[in-house]
Design a protein around this ligand. Sequence first.
Ligand code: ADP
Length: 287
Amino acid sequence: MFVTTPSPTVAAATDEPVVELRDAAFGYGERPVLTHVDLTVHRGEVVAVVGPNGSGKSTLMKGLLGLNTLSSGTVRLFGEPLHEQGDRARMGYVPQRHTLSASVRATAEEIVASGRLPRLGWFGRLRATDRQIVARSLELVGLSDRAATEVSTLSGGQQRRVLIARALAGQPEVLVMDEPTAGVDVASQHVLADVLARLAARDVTMVIVTHEVGALERLLTRIVVVDAGRVRFDGTPAQYAAARSDVHHDHDSHHHDHELDPGHGHPWSPVGSAPFEGVAPRRSRRA
Ligand code: ADP
């Protein structure tokens, strides 16, 4: 088999994190919601961010996009400080629980084309290449045959896919998605998971807030657990499963560790429907 060895410069460029948070604290106004966050994402990774409602997952996503207050620490994107990022379109965003309003009178293609705007500049017009990218984005989410359909007539799951296609049309290097599979039926969740798998196969870097780790597990490279405003765990799906079984073992042995058990009922378990029981904090696991 013919194997090429990447030159050191290519390897260095590939290894440079696309997202790097160091002791970051994010919030709204004066009050930080999320503190002491260390997080590094490399190109091609698919990272799930899980945790109970209100724990700070959306706040973390908005923090990555510069949409809230960074009160301490640092955020670097593509090797540069967040506030020095000239090209915001390098980060694509699919916001939480967002479906298109019934009052929007636009076709799927028109909505997806609006995602091209950051690449056109003000008053820019779509050129042939832009139209090809829009068509390709619709194809990637499996909606080529719905390009001319009014979005208000599409199902919730299809509307989510239109919104993912809209983000893709901006040709982001990192796609940040807040609960892309929430609130859609199980069949649509599987379709969405297939769409995300297709993107992962094309090395699209993704950071995905999700309740449905199960549906996405096969494509994840990392799982990050956020609870009560802190990152409690950051590891591979295998380490995550092992940490969970450690916790179960501890419970069996009656060694109850309150730090491992935030005590919220929570349905995100990747190993059946057990309630949220937390996982080992990563600093103590490294020690
Ligand atoms: P999650 O995504 O894990 O459900 P969030 O990040 O949405 O959690 O919320 C974490 C905390 O931040 C909650 O206490 C919430 O009330 C607060 N919060 C979220 N958005 C805002 C906002 N725009 N202004 C003030 N507080 C907010």
